[in-house]
Ligand binder design. Structure first.
Ligand code: PA5
Length: 448
């Protein structure tokens, strides 16, 4: 089995040449240098670079807290949005049993909240929680984001009414800034145990801080192995100036060259539903990092073979504006073999005795060839197995590639000014104090 994840550009070769990719990757070593020297845009948000080393000293406390939550509850509600939820969700889904909630054996359930403001979602959640013994991890770096703040107000009230304020305080962990924000004040006031999100790590780069690691540990995964994988990838990418053997440099270069050939959309492809939320994490990472100043590659995603029966048609024959990046996983955790049937009435005996993974792998190879024939370039990321170690590698690989790619595009990959626009309007429409004038203007615009 391969020791590390790797990048394969063979199926992009008809669209961009390997030599061009190597040349741009080599030119991009200067971006790697500015990341390491802290001289590029957003240089006050580079704490993620050394996280695989820095976080080690927090392992014991994170694991101890996870054990505590598992002992006092059977369910943990993780409240957060954007970078304060997607990393944990991606890793937990990537590692968990596909039908974890339906398992008969005892397991600790992780439920996410505060990632939307849907009334029905919250009402359904409260209904479920009425019958469960739950704890809460509330995560917000700013401590002021509306969606998780509302969810926390409702769930804190619910929990306190059920178990009392003192017991609730023992079942709530807050992950936030060291001193700023409403969540910090609330945590201090109520005596919650807290973890700090360092100032120099932005939300979408925070999965390897307690933001991701605490929920992942509560779910029962091995956070040490996850970080070990990221550490291994940091060794391969962070200071490696041999462009060809640095997969983050090569990937960043390839996707930017494809953009330059008229492909502004990148679709991340997985052949297992376990990668669905990894794609969501990846979309946030690249979308928030690159999509600014009228620039950036639009990050999309599909789950194959499911979506081959929907978006597959567009990818094969629609506008030629996209390229694909396949997350190609070699191993499976379990085995299922297709049984023979005596009369072959469903005409599937040609598959009898084969494992589903063999069929899936052939679907993957067939899709790559078909999409190439349909004029779609494909980058392939080879992943030996979906476990903590390789997911850790993938996380650091993409974080590094995203930072380099942002610098190639000449944007600051560590800010997200555009996220504020909807918030201002929402606050104005809801009459938040301080937004009265803006509210008046919006109501005029809406004719209200
Ligand atoms: O990547 C980011 O910075 C954002 O997606 C944030 O994570 C998101 O907006 C949530 O912010 P906060 O953690 O401050 O509540």
């Amino acid at each position: 089995m391969e020791k590390n994840i790797s990048i394969d550009l063979k199926n992009a070769a008809g669209f961009i040449s390997y030599e061009e990719v190597v040349a741009l990757a080599q030119q991009s070593i200067r971006h790697l240098d500015s990341l390491n020297a802290g001289t590029g845009a957003g240089n006050d948000f580079l704490g993620w670079l050394s996280l695989p080393d820095d976080i080690v000293k927090q392992f014991d406390r994170i694991e101890k807290t996870a054990k505590h939550l598992r002992s006092v509850s059977d369910t943990t509600v993780v409240i957060g949005i954007g970078g304060s939820y997607l990393g944990a969700k991606a890793v937990i889904e990537g590692l968990s049993h596909s039908f974890a909630p339906l398992l008969k054996s005892k397991h600790h359930e992780i439920i996410f909240a505060g990632q939307n403001i849907c009334e029905d979602y919250m009402s359904d959640l409260l209904e479920i929680l009425d019958g469960r013994n739950y704890s809460i991890i509330v995560i917000s770096k700013s401590g002021t984001t509306t969606e998780p703040a509302i969810a926390f107000r409702i769930l804190k009230d619910h929990l306190e009414r059920r178990v009392g304020k003192a017991r609730a305080a023992d079942m709530i962990i807050a992950i936030t800034d060291s001193s700023k924000g409403a969540l910090r004040s609330l945590a201090d006031l109520n005596g919650y145990d807290t973890f700090i999100i360092p100032d120099d790590i932005g939300g979408r780069y925070s999965v390897l801080t307690p933001v991701g690691l605490l929920p992942i540990a509560v779910a029962g995964a091995d956070i040490r192995m996850l970080v070990r994988g990221a550490h291994e990838m940091a060794l391969i990418t962070r200071k490696n100036k041999d462009a060809v053997s640095n997969p983050s440099l090569m990937y960043a270069a390839a996707r930017n060259l494809l953009l330059q050939t008229g492909r502004p959309v990148e679709t991340l492809v997985g052949f297992t539903p376990r990668l669905h939320y990894f794609s969501e994490w990846w979309k946030q990472l690249f979308g928030e990092s690159e999509g600014k100043e009228g620039k950036g590659i639009f990050p999309a995603s599909v789950d194959f073979t499911t979506d081959l029966h929907s978006l597959g048609q567009y990818i094969q024959e629609g506008q030629r504006i996209l390229f694909e990046t396949f997350l190609s996983v070699a191993g499976t955790r379990k085995k299922v073999t297709i049984p023979p049937e005596k009369d072959d009435s469903d005409q599937l005996n040609y598959l009898a005795g084969k494992r589903l993974s063999e069929v899936n792998n052939n679907a993957e190879t067939g899709t790559i060839l078909a999409h190439n024939d349909g004029n779609v370039p494909v980058i392939k990321i080879n992943i030996p197995e979906l476990n903590e170690f390789f997911i850790g590698q993938l996380i650091y690989f993409f974080e590094m590639a995203c930072a380099i790619s942002g610098y190639i595009l000449d944007v600051n990959p560590f800010d997200q000014p555009g996220v504020e626009a909807y918030k201002k309007n929402m606050f104005a429409l809801l009459n938040k104090p301080g937004f009265e004038e803006a509210g008046k203007k919006l109501r005029e615009r809406l004719g209200r």
